[in-house]
Design a protein around this ligand. Structure first.
Ligand SMILES: [Zn+2]
Length: 280
């Protein structure tokens, strides 16, 4: 029997090279492989009867409109990942707004629905780019899922809340990146950690956050984040900065079987489902 705990499952939908900090001209001509990982995800979720949230890049909407349509048709939550996978803190508010509007138009043209959830590329809403929340509110967003409550070399707002919260004095809900304590350090649940750490540690992290077994750590809802390219271990290998190369390619073959096992362990749903239940 599954524990009485619901976990949000999310995918940041981008092709394998789009989150590798490449310059525009370096992205040109890269092999398009989004469908390889995406179709494995959609068929697994379909088999297991699980709905998830897909944070989709505007660039992806332009390159793969049929695939975006099929995600929406399968009943998953469609949300925004911005347009170009540029870090928010490297953008000016006006160009961030352009990215948001452009992706909004693309998503609603394809799906017929306005996205209400946003996740920044590289979780790049940090203390330097909190103005982005105001842009999101003005553009009709109900929640953001970009703030990492810890420190990472690219992102994070240490000491920010670990559970879903209404952002103080702003009309937006934050579903922060889920973390767990390991060897005295706070690390993310999902992404590269999902591949690097043994699966039992991810499971234990979710249980502790859910306050199951009275082993209180956070007592918080959990969101897992993954990418279609993590379900396509044979995508091309290129070299970027050493740490980024390592975290991108390590243990790629483990993502699919691990997610399959995790889906049998916990009940999963969309981000908006958990937020609406919590903030009712
Ligand atoms: Zn991304």
């Amino acid at each position: 029997m599954k524990p009485n705990i619901k976990v949000a499952l999310s995918f940041d939908v981008e092709d394998w090279y789009m989150g590798m900090e490449l310059k525009n001209h370096e992205m040109e001509g890269k092999e398009r492989r989004l469908t390889v990982g995406l179709s494995r995800i959609l068929s697994l979720l379909g088999k297991k009867g699980v709905k998830a949230t897909f944070f989709i890049l505007g660039m992806v909407c332009e390159m793969y409109p049929e695939e975006v349509k099929s995600i929406a048709k399968a009943g998953h939550e469609i949300a925004s990942h911005g347009y170009s996978h540029t870090m928010v803190y490297k953008l000016k508010p006006a160009s961030f707004r352009d990215e948001i509007k452009r992706t909004d138009d693309l998503l609603s043209d394809i799906t017929g629905k306005k996205a209400v959830g946003f996740r920044a590329p590289y979780f790049s809403i940090t203390s330097e780019s909190l103005w982005a929340l105001d842009v999101l509110i003005e553009e009709g967003y109900k929640y953001d899922a970009s703030i990492y409550p810890g420190y990472n070399y690219r992102y994070g707002i240490p000491d920010s809340p670990h559970d879903i919260y209404k952002y103080p004095e702003k009309e937006i809900i934050e579903f922060p990146v889920s973390t767990m304590e390991l060897f005295g350090r706070r690390i993310g649940i999902g992404g590269a950690y999902f591949r690097i750490l043994p699966l039992f540690l991810t499971k234990r992290g979710i249980m502790k956050r859910g306050n199951i077994n009275k082993n209180i750590e956070n007592n918080a809802d959990t969101v897992i984040y993954l990418h279609p390219w993590e379900f396509d271990p044979k995508h091309p290998k290129i070299k970027v900065a050493p740490l980024a190369t390592l975290t991108h390619y390590i243990n790629l073959g483990r993502t699919y079987p691990r997610l399959k096992r995790l889906l049998d362990t916990f009940s999963f749903t969309t981000c908006i489902d958990i937020i609406e239940e919590k903030c009712r």
